[in-house]
Write a protein that binds this ligand. Sequence first.
Ligand SMILES: [Zn+2]
Ligand SMILES: [Zn+2]
Length: 367
Amino acid sequence: MSLVKFRRRSRSNVFAAILWLMAWPELMAAEIRSVLLTAQQVTDQELQQARDAGLTSVVLQLTSVKPDVQQQERTAAEKIAQTGLKLDYWIEIARCPELADVHPEWMASLQGHPEWRRFFPDAPLPAKGEVIKNYPWVPILYQEAFDAHRNRVAQLLTDLPPPSMVYLNGLQGAPSACGCGNSLCRWTADYGPILTATRIKANAAVSFVKAVEVLIPHATVIPVWLTECEKHDCTQEGLCSGVGCFDGICWKAWEKQLTPLARHADLIGVFAPYKQFQRDLPLYGGSGAWVSHCVKSFAEMPVRHGGKAIAANRLVTAIQAWDVTEQELNSQLQHMQHSGAAGYVLIKQQIDQSWSPLLYSVTPPRQ
Ligand SMILES: [Zn+2]
Ligand SMILES: [Zn+2]
C-alpha cells in the first residue's frame, strides 16, 4: 500500500505522523511501538489506525475501581484483544484522587521550602497540629499507601483479558517534593518533620513492582520513571525558584530508588511528555529533543551518584502525542530513535500531573 494512500485514510494528526514514519524502516525497527488510550478512545477507527500504522500494541489506561468504569474498561480491553495487537495496561499509582479522598493522611505533604506558595498565594499557613498535604498524591513511600495501592492494582486487573505488559507510572514521590514548586522534583513524600503515615525506609519501588508481578505472573511489569530537576531549574526564575535541588538531594535519592529497580526490571518506562513538564526549550537541541535528554540521564545520572548506567535499549519512552503538531511528534520520535531506546508509547490524552495544597489536621478534634 502506498504512503499516499495511508495518508489519505488517516484523519488523526498523530497517526498521520506515524504513517509517514513508515517510510523510514529504522524507525519501524523500534521493538515496542504502542499507543496509550483511555477506554473512551478505544474505537474501531482508532484500532484500525493502530494496525495500519504498524504498532505492536495498544495500552489501555485503567483508571478507577468504580464498577461502571471497570465495565467500560473491560469492554475496551476485550475490543483491543480482538485486534491481534498486543494488549497492555497502564496504571497511575501516586496520583490517586480515589485514595486521597478516603485517606488524606496517606497523602504527601508540602513542608520544607515555601517556594511552592508562589503558585498558590492564597494557601493557608498551617497552625500547630496542622500540615499542608499535597492533593491528591498518595505515593507508595508510605507502608499504608503501598498496601492500599497493591490492593487497588489487584482490583483494577480483576476480570480483564490478560495483558502482555503492565505499565506502572508514579512509583516515585510527589511533585514539589522539597517545597520548591517544581513538578519534576519527586524524590520524597515529606521534606519536613510532620508524618501522618509510616515511611518505608528503602526500596519501595522495586518492592511494589515485585508485588504486582505476583498478582499478574505472566505479564511484564514496567515501572515508568520520571527524570528529576535540571541545573537550569535552580535559578530564581527557574522551576525550582532558587532552591538548589539539582545539586542537593533530588538526584541522589533518584539514584537510590532507581538502582535496585533497574537491577530487577529489564525494561523501564521513561515518562517524557515534554510540553507538559515545560521542557520545550532550545537547550535540549530542538523541539521534542527532551526525550533523548531523558534517555541520556538514565545512563549518566546513576553513575554520577554511585550507581550503574542504564542502557538506552532497556528504556521505553512515553512521549507526548496530544497538543503536538505532526512535526513535533515526528521530532520526538526521531530523537527517541537516535537515543537508542527500545521503543515508545504515544500518550494521546494528557495524564493529569497537577497538585494543590490541602490543609490537614494531624490531630482530629475530640468528639
Ligand atoms: Zn529536583
Ligand atoms: Zn526542585
